[in-house]
Design a binder for this molecule. Structure first.
Ligand code: SIN
Ligand code: FE2
Length: 208
């Protein structure tokens, strides 16, 4: 794992090409099966109700959702009312490979970025515990990932994430501000209709 922490918070890890093309295709097929049962929906921002530019779904026992009332984890899809599909074994295996000491992940947020979608700078802090890392997988078009420090004002740097790359926010960097500036259209052939999928694995609750 490469350490991208530089002058920022320590614990920012990068595993370029963790998934080769065959593994990306296998993972994508599993995600398509998830999304067939738990369709992408367009969340809105708390208070303002402004729609996100990314569409979202989840798998695992808990899913991250955002609506007019706030951000939270819940076991049911907000539109279908059905439980989120199970986490594909390949993702649990990734987690155990990178964070063997951490309790298993409970949530996998699936973000789908079409051409002009982006994700503003934010911290992942809706979990009960920040002990486990956040592990994220990129599939499809390359994106510009921006990461900063522990406050919104800290300096940021940006990296290109390609299909198959894995990013790990651990240690101090677990609460680093991060976001996606843009997706570089046409940079990957993995998704038939282009765009980018990001999978974010998280532990939400304290282990029993
Ligand atoms: C996120 O932080 O929710 C998404 C990050 C990414 O798309 O790589
Ligand atoms: Fe995030």
């Amino acid at each position: 794992m490469k350490d991208l922490s530089l002058n920022g918070p320590s614990g920012l890890g990068y595993l370029p090409g963790y998934f080769d093309r065959d593994a990306q295709e296998a993972l994508l097929a599993e995600i398509r099966a998830v999304v067939a049962r738990a369709p992408f929906y367009r969340p809105v921002m708390p208070r303002t109700g402004k729609p996100f530019t990314v569409r979202m779904s989840n798998c695992g026992p808990l899913g991250w959702v955002s609506d007019i009332n706030g951000y939270r984890y819940q076991p049911l899809h907000p539109d279908t009312g059905l439980p989120w599909p199970a986490l594909p074994a390949r993702l649990t295996a990734l987690w155990r490979d990178i964070a063997p000491q951490a309790p298993d992940p409970e949530a996998c947020l699936i973000n789908y970025y079409e051409e002009s979608a982006r994700m503003g700078l934010h911290q992942d802090r809706d979990e009960e515990t920040f002990e486990a890392p956040v592990i994220s997988v990129s599939l499809g078009d390359t994106a510009t990932f921006r990461v900063g420090g522990l406050t919104r004002k800290d300096p940021t740097k940006s990296f290109r994430l390609q299909s198959g790359d894995v990013v790990v926010l651990a240690g101090e960097a677990r609460l680093a501000f991060h976001g996606i500036d843009r997706v570089l259209t046409g940079t990957s052939t993995l998704l038939k209709n282009g765009g980018r999928i990001n999978l974010t694995l998280r532990r939400v609750t304290h282990p029993a």
